[in-house]
Design a protein around this ligand. Structure first.
Ligand code: ME8
Length: 505
């Protein structure tokens, strides 16, 4: 099975993390955990973007130097990774030596390949997006200029090195045509294609009017444009410039999961930089949609930023992870509302999954000698066979990043199981047919075990809790260990702890 390398964007340290950052990180964590269960080699990178005018400006506004701001915010982003229970393999910072070495090496390759020249930039710039903005993308209001994201623009005029991006137009279009799903979803691929087909201008890749960045080699007047610096993190973490490094050989090219706001940097500039440096472009760029808060754009000035840590403290980690992955098809925009979240948690996790677990396992604990046996008859149980047969569908859903589609299939099985429990009523069978009662409980337990395995990338804590009730440690959550569970023949369960309690709105 081929190795998978998944990355999140590296987040700016100018501000505290919010729900959007948590969303991207959780989605990549789900992918990492899923492919790990499947037995693939998988690598997960996240980190922080610590240079640039935006970070420098935030530091100046707070009256501190960028280094201390960067250290303070780094702590919060690192803490968020822990709080989200991310299974990341590395956390990269763009101020680390390994990264600076890597970016400067990439620069030198571009220079050697005659992909860089010195000139002068004059035009509009969005500090908020760290982006140069073309005339045709500018709107005006009250005498001020804005880009399409509504960020205010400032005029920049300075000496700058340029990357010969215009030269890469045809090669980029070829790349989009030759690599299936290079950008996912297709609608975003079309957007990228039409941007590139419209013609590319050479890109300014250095700045001279401030200092907070990586030095351009052999020219102490210039620092690198923050996006050239930031994008390179994806290979710095694999040991670049050492292309013989095992991680680089095993995992590059990677799959970058990003918000739709930064698609152009990833699907146009990044593959062009890499190809121009003689390196392989990424495998795929996956762009997800944008969250709003109760219908409004999330922004500091509107005071409606959703703090993921607060949410987790109130609703629980697995609950927040599940809601974000289930509520909105990945790729679409979504609106966050507390009511929607409570309904989702109560409806799916509490009433459906948690309740099934609790009533069946407590009943077994009290009435069925606390053991579960997997006889052939149990293994032939129709709902279990349906779960097994849906496996390929589930893999396909994951392959096309349809997290909600995947979860819908699982919860369809859970609905069937709940109906089966009601219909076969083991509490009645206890009085009339204890052999059949045990068989029903064994069938349901088998299904719970399999379903929990499929759910575990989304709700890792809950899944571990369920498995430990069956006396199984987390290593049994891997797909190829399921046979071992079955071969155990008999499992003994301990007193089940309630999971996913109802939330009172
Ligand atoms: O752009 N909805 O960092 P950043 C969904 N440093 N996702 C959201 C979101 C929202 N409302 N708000 C933020 C940068 N995100 C650069 C990246 S990568 C080489 C450099 C998520 O801190 C989404 O993934 O502004 C978006 O792309 C990212 O946070 C932007 O994070």
């Amino acid at each position: 099975m081929e190795n998978k390398y998944f990355t999140t964007p590296i987040y700016y340290v100018n501000d505290k993390p919010h729900i959007g950052h948590a969303y991207t990180s959780i989605s990549v964590d789900v992918l990492k955990r899923f492919y790990k269960l499947l037995g693939c080699g998988s690598y997960f990178l996240t980190g922080t973007d610590e240079h640039g005018q935006k970070v420098e400006k935030a530091a100046l506004d707070k009256g501190v130097d960028p280094k201390s701001l960067q250290i303070k915010s780094l702590k919060t982003f690192r803490a968020l990774s822990d709080i989200l229970n991310l299974d990341n393999d590395d956390f990269i910072r763009t101020t680390e030596d390994r990264h600076i070495k890597s970016v400067q090496n990439l620069w030198n390759r571009l220079l050697e390949n005659d992909e860089i020249y010195l000139s002068k930039y004059s035009g509009w710039y969005s500090v908020r997006d760290e982006a140069f903005v073309a005339e045709n993308e500018i709107t005006e209001k009250d005498g001020k200029k804005f880009n399409s994201f509504g960020s205010e623009l400032s005029w920049v005029e300075e000496e700058s090195y340029f990357f010969r991006l215009s030269k890469w137009q045809d090669r980029l279009l070829e790349l989009y045509d030759s690599v299936p799903n290079f950008v996912h979803p297709k609608s975003r691929l079309n957007e990228v294609k039409s941007f590139v087909s419209g013609g590319l201008k050479d890109l300014s890749i250095s700045r001279t009017t401030f200092k907070w960045g990586i030095d351009v080699p052999n020219d102490d007047k210039h620092i690198m444009y923050v996006w050239l610096d930031a994008l390179t993190n994806y290979i710095s973490a694999l040991g670049f410039p050492d292309q013989e490094n095992k991680k680089y050989k095993d995992f590059w090219p990677g799959i970058h999961v990003v918000g739709k706001d930064i698609l152009r940097f990833h699907a146009v500039y990044w593959p062009a930089f890499l190809m121009a440096a003689g390196l392989e472009p990424p495998k795929q760029i996956v762009a997800h949609g944008w969250w709003t808060n109760e219908g409004e754009k999330i922004s500091k000035s509107l005071g409606n930023v959703i703090d993921p840590i607060e949410l987790i403290n109130v609703y629980g980690l697995d609950q927040v992870r599940y809601f974000l992955m289930r509520e909105v098809p990945f790729g679409n925009d979504g609106d966050f509302s507390k009511d929607a979240m409570i309904n989702r948690i109560n409806g799916d996790l509490s009433n459906n999954f948690g309740n099934l677990m609790q009533r069946v396992l407590s009943f077994i604990f009290k009435n069925s000698n606390q053991t579960i046996d997997f006889t052939d008859k149990v293994l032939n149980f129709e709902i279990y066979q349906n779960i097994i047969s849906s496996q390929n569908n589930l893999f396909e859903m994951m392959d096309k990043y349809s997290f909600d589609g995947y979860l819908k299939i699982i919860f369809g099985h859970l609905n069937d199981l709940n109906t089966y429990v009601d219909k076969s009523a083991p509490w009645e069978l206890r009085k009339t047919d204890q052999v059949r009662m045990k068989e029903v409980l064994d069938q349901i337990s088998l299904c719970i075990l399999k379903i929990t395995q499929f759910l575990s990338p989304f709700i890792p804590n809950g899944a571990e809790k369920v498995y430990s009730t069956f006396g199984l440690d987390e290593s049994y959550l891997s797909f190829d260990k399921f046979d071992e569970i079955i071969k155990k023949n008999s499992l003994k369960i301990s007193k089940p702890e309630p999971i996913f309690m109802r939330i009172d709105s």
